[in-house]
Each structure stands twice: as C-alpha cells, then as structure tokens.
Write a protein that binds this ligand. Sequence first.
Ligand SMILES: NC(=O)c1ccc[n+]([C@@H]2O[C@H](COP(=O)([O-])OP(=O)(O)OC[C@H]3O[C@@H](n4cnc5c(N)ncnc54)[C@H](O)[C@@H]3O)[C@@H](O)[C@H]2O)c1
Length: 342
Amino acid sequence: MDKIGCGVIGAGTWGEAHARIFSSEPYSELIAVCDLVEEKARHLAQKYGAKRWYTDIEKLLKDPDIQAVGITTPDFAHREPFVAACQAGKDILVEKPLATNKEDLEAMKDAFQKSSSRVMVDFHTRWNPPIVIAKESIDKGELGELISMYYRLNDIVYVPTQMLSWAEKSSILWFLGSHTVDTLRFLSNSEITRVYSVSRSKVLVQKGINVPDIYQSILEFENGVIATIENNWIIPNTNPHWNDIKINILGSKGMINMDLTNNQAIERYLEDKSDHPDILIMPLIHGKASGFAHESIRDFVNRLYAKQEFIAGFEDGYRVSMVVFSLLSSAEKKIPQEVTYD
Ligand SMILES: NC(=O)c1ccc[n+]([C@@H]2O[C@H](COP(=O)([O-])OP(=O)(O)OC[C@H]3O[C@@H](n4cnc5c(N)ncnc54)[C@H](O)[C@@H]3O)[C@@H](O)[C@H]2O)c1
C-alpha cells in the first residue's frame, strides 16, 4: 500500500496533532516537519519518526516524498505556506481561520483556484459526535422548522495569556469564532446574511495584551434562522477544560441542548485537585489519538487516499472568514453589517 507522504508546516501545539495522526494512520506517513525555529522542527520530526526537518517552506515543498501538507502556523501566518503549497501542487489541510485580513484571503483564493491542490479546512467541530447527531436530527426534520440557535464557545484565560504568544495578532473571533460560525452554517444548511456584534476589552488589556476579551453577536441566516453567539477567552483557568461549550438548538417541534465541557461523565477527585478529564476533544485511548480534534485530521488522510470529497473545503473557510470580517466590522462600527461573499 502506497502511503501519502505528509509534511507539517508549523511545529507548535497543533502541528503536533497533525504529526501524531500523519505518523500513525495506515494511509499516511510523516516525512518532514518545517518551522522557523529549527529546534522545534527537529524535536517534532524526531518525536513522530519523520526523517527530515526544515526551516525553509520551499525546501519542504521540494521534498519529492511529500504529497500533502498540514499548515499549522499561527492564525495570521497561513498565507505564505498555503500559497506556496498550492503553487507546488500539494494537497493541503489548513488550520482555521484561513486568513485574518482580506488581502491574504484573496491571495489564498487566487492560489487555490489556479492550483490542482485539494484543500480541507480543519473545522473539526464537524466531527464532534453531539454536533453530528444534532445535524442528523435537524436534517431528518425531527425538530420541525429550525428557528434559533445559541452557541457559546469560550477559552480559558490561559490560552491568550500563556499558550499563544500571538493572541494580540488574532482575535477570539478568529481563534474560536471561526468554529462557531462554521458549525452554525453546517447545522442550519444556510448562509449568514447579516450580523451585529458587540465587544468589550478589559481583562486582557489590563494584562498587557491589547485584544478584546469578548464578542456577543447576533447572526441572521438566509433561511430565516437567527443565532446568538458568544466568544471570549477570559474564562477562569479552573474551568474543567480549555473550552467552555454550550449549545441550544430550537425548532418548531423540538429542541436540543448540549453542554460539551462541563459534562459529568467522569469526575476525578485527587488529594490536591479535582477535574473532569477530556473525553471528547482529543483524549488518547490505549495510546491512540481519539476525539473529534484528531478525527478531522484522520478524515483528511482517509478522504485524500480514497479520493472522496472533504467535509469542509476551501469555500467553507472562505465564507467563514467573510462572516468574521463582518462581525469585526460590526463591533468596531457599533452597527449591524450585511455579509457579502465576494
Ligand atoms: N492551540 C490550539 O488549541 C489549536 C486548536 C485548533 C487549531 N489551532 C490552530 O492551529 C494553528 C497553530 O496554532 P498553535 O496553537 O499550534 O500555534 P503555535 O504558536 O503553538 O505554533 C505555531 C508554530 O508555527 C511556527 N511558524 C510561524 N510562522 C512560520 C512559517 N512561516 N513557517 C514555518 N513555521 C512557522 C512557529 O514558530 C510556531 O512553532 C492556528 O491557526 C490555530 O488557530 C490551534
């Protein structure tokens, strides 16, 4: 069996998730890792059995054994590796969001349209079992006509203050809001036409990180559905997991509620701490990478191998970015914004 030779560009937190899957699936093999910092590239490559590591993207893309790349550079740094990978004809799994400014987004669209590359955007919430079950229920009409959705997706304050060195160059709307927007499009089978967002800056600015803490937003969809979303990254670090996720979906004949992080499926009480271990996002089960955040990367490999359509493609990433631009603009101008997609 010929394996798909894979490279990872960006050897940080999420580069490791890509490397873990590429190196352990039957249809893929981790060939090389690239990072601006050689030590990080070398460490990740050696940890997951890749023979080569680079500090230059072009060198990785010229590696004849590499057919596909995972792009896991920071939110604001996807354009350079993405455009170069398209030009080299590599297939791509790019992390969300595609881009954080319109110039980068258009350059990526242009490169994608001129290339033969197959592209998946890693909107991994589409592999989250409760979300998939809710989607099936909506699609079967069990909830009747969809009326409204509420989606709260927040991060603990550790994320912008300690985990990400580049939080100021992104936004919680890019980092998590992009997932929120994509998931609601996925669930409603409809596009967002108008948004109104309000933000506040207090906690992070006081800590010297010049980026808003929170966005509360209302979204209107083409099919008449309305949604309220909340994205903040100032949740206390004592929250049971990195994320705080609550969802409500209301239809004319039914309702679905989800509490995806404070679930009580497992409670662990030790002498000096208690917690609710992650069972959904990315647990290792008998050493195997499990959970929806790993499943999306695995699905990229499997669908690439089987030549099947991806569950989240370039157009999804493009549309989500356009919605986030409108949310940011609405929060800045303090008025609702129409969303345009070209
Ligand atoms: N951390 C998470 O929980 C998480 C979850 C899902 C998705 N993501 C997404 O994954 C992406 C990466 O996030 P992260 O948390 O791993 O960031 P990170 O800061 O941990 O890692 C990014 C790495 O990219 C490297 N890099 C930057 N520019 C580069 C370039 N031009 N060429 C090669 N390497 C370069 C940096 O040196 C760094 O090692 C982001 O888009 C993020 O939104 C992160």
